[in-house]
Ligand binder design. Structure first.
Ligand code: CU
Length: 337
């Protein structure tokens, strides 16, 4: 029996060469494809697609959802604090069902921590006591599973929190590095792809050298329920950092806490144009690679440090080209001022 529902890949193939020619065309096409070769709604003709081209991949022409400061809380982590063993770092996370706009005009019925996908950035210094008060305000059982070293009864696998229930996670934060958290209720695949995850930074006892710091969490959204992602993003919104490039100073090291929470696809990746960077896998040792592309499986994460050689506008994106065309791309504006 033939399925009447178009998959993402069928949509991409069916609408070629239109979609191939226009990076953000998948944005309009994915949620409402009516047949092979049908131009995406909202885009008038193949001529229009050809006219847009790569120039339309940046700035006001990019149909990314939201305003310029919407993702600041997810992009800019809380500041690092000095090493002080035993200090308590308290956070409150509440699971909430939320309809969120993941691409321009495209909503997704998400399960969230505190209303956003990804959830809030948690941060502690090694040997702090992390205390996370978790309340389940959603419609399904949830938990929080942290990556790192902690007691078995704080692992978020057996302590299922029913809707209306609560649980407090409390354990020393270690080891230092880029960690993460996500729901671990069954079926795990569903609880992750619905949006229950976030970044968890643990700072080393000896502070890292000064840098401008940002967080990028890579993810995807299956907006038509066929088990394949229709959109990809960092920090939750397709094409967002193409619409609103991230401004950085050339004189400042840029430190990126990068994690991959993409479901359905085996790997995701980060590629930077025009520059190389140090990549610390998990960020828990001083060892690094010097490269311009890193790949991560789901749950993998690391720390990128960029020392800029040149000012100007540099693209960053998944080096799975398809992910790029479906939203996972953006720009750094490197300025001298
Ligand atoms: Cu869950």
């Amino acid at each position: 029996m033939a399925s009447r529902r178009f998959t993402r890949r069928q949509a991409l193939i069916g609408a070629a060469p239109v979609l191939a020619a226009l990076p953000m065309a998948g944005l309009a096409a994915a949620p409402a494809v009516t047949g092979p070769g049908t131009p995406p709604p909202g885009l008038a003709s193949r001529d229009a697609h050809a006219a847009l081209g790569h120039a339309a991949m940046i700035g006001e022409a990019v149909p990314a959802p939201g305003g310029p400061d919407d993702l600041d809380a997810l992009l800019r982590p809380p500041p690092a604090l000095p090493h002080r063993p035993g200090r308590v770092r308290r956070y409150s996370l509440t699971a909430l069902d939320r309809e969120i706009e993941v691409a321009k005009g495209v909503t997704f019925p998400a399960w969230t921590y505190n209303g956003t996908v990804p959830g809030p950035v948690l941060r502690a210094t090694e040997d702090d006591v992390l205390e996370v008060v978790f309340a389940n305000g959603g419609s399904h059982p949830h938990t929080i599973h942290f990556h790192g070293i902690h007691p078995a009864d704080m692992d978020g696998v057996f302590e299922i929190v029913e809707p209306g229930g609560a649980f407090t996670y409390r354990f020393p934060a270690r080891p230092y590095g880029m960690q993460l958290y996500h729901c671990h209720a069954a079926p795990l695949k569903k609880h992750i792809h619905k949006g229950l995850y976030g970044a968890f930074i643990i700072d080393p006892p000896k502070p890292r050298r000064p840098a401008r710091e940002i967080v990028l969490v890579m993810n995807g959204y299956d907006t038509d329920g066929d088990g394949e992602n229709n959109f990809y993003s960092v920090n939750g919104r397709a094409f967002y950092y193409a619409r609103y490039p991230i401004r950085v100073r050339r004189s400042e090291t840029l430190r990126i806490y990068l994690a991959n929470l993409t479901e359905f696809d085996l790997i995701n990746s980060f590629h930077l144009h025009g520059e190389f960077f140090r990549y610390y896998r998990t960020g828990s040792t001083d060892q690094f690679d010097y490269t311009d592309t890193v790949m991560q499986c789901q749950g993998e994460r690391g720390i990128i440090e960029i020392d800029w050689h040149n000012a100007g506008r540099f693209m960053f994106h998944a080096h799975q080209s398809e992910f790029t065309e479906l939203g996972w791309m953006g720009f750094f504006d490197v300025v001298d001022a």
